[in-house]
Design a protein around this ligand. Structure first.
Ligand SMILES: [Zn+2]
Length: 137
């Protein structure tokens, strides 16, 4: 994706640390169903803690809800544009399947967005993290 590394969207879409935009927020791939939700305690590049306080990610449910509503509305619009006749059974079954398939993505993205609300990009931390990364390579 052609986004500058300093932009929040780059960090969100790549599920990177909000402080340095380099460290990964998740340990395993998204569709590794046993491990998709595992997060390290802090960023391995800059040390930013990922768990700011107990129950921190409870608030990510609001983001998750917004993502789900966006999916539902987009699906509804696409369904009306693509088909002449609105078929409620097909709409409900397809949105159900899409929602289930998106659980890992929605789960992860809502936490990433939630943490980005509270932690801002720090150019100096990013430079230090980059220097450590090149030194270790
Ligand atoms: Zn970091």
């Amino acid at each position: 994706m052609l986004l500058p590394k300093s932009s929040a969207l780059y960090s969100i879409f790549n599920q990177k640390c909000p402080k340095c935009h380099q460290g990964d927020m998740y340990e395993a791939g998204m569709y590794n169903l046993r491990k998709f939700q595992r997060m390290p305690q802090s960023c391995d590049k800059c040390g930013q803690p990922f768990f700011l306080e107990p129950m921190f990610y409870e608030g990510a449910q609001y983001v998750s809800y917004a993502i789900q509503v966006a999916l539902f509305v987009s699906w509804f619009v696409a369904f009306n544009v693509l088909f002449d006749e609105f078929m409620l059974v097909w709409f409900i079954s397809s949105i159900s399947v899409a929602s289930v398939l998106m659980i890992p993505l929605n789960w992860r993205m809502s936490r990433v967005v939630w943490l980005h609300f509270f932690v801002k990009y720090d150019k100096q931390k990013a430079e230090v993290a980059k220097m450590h990364a090149t030194k270790n390579d």
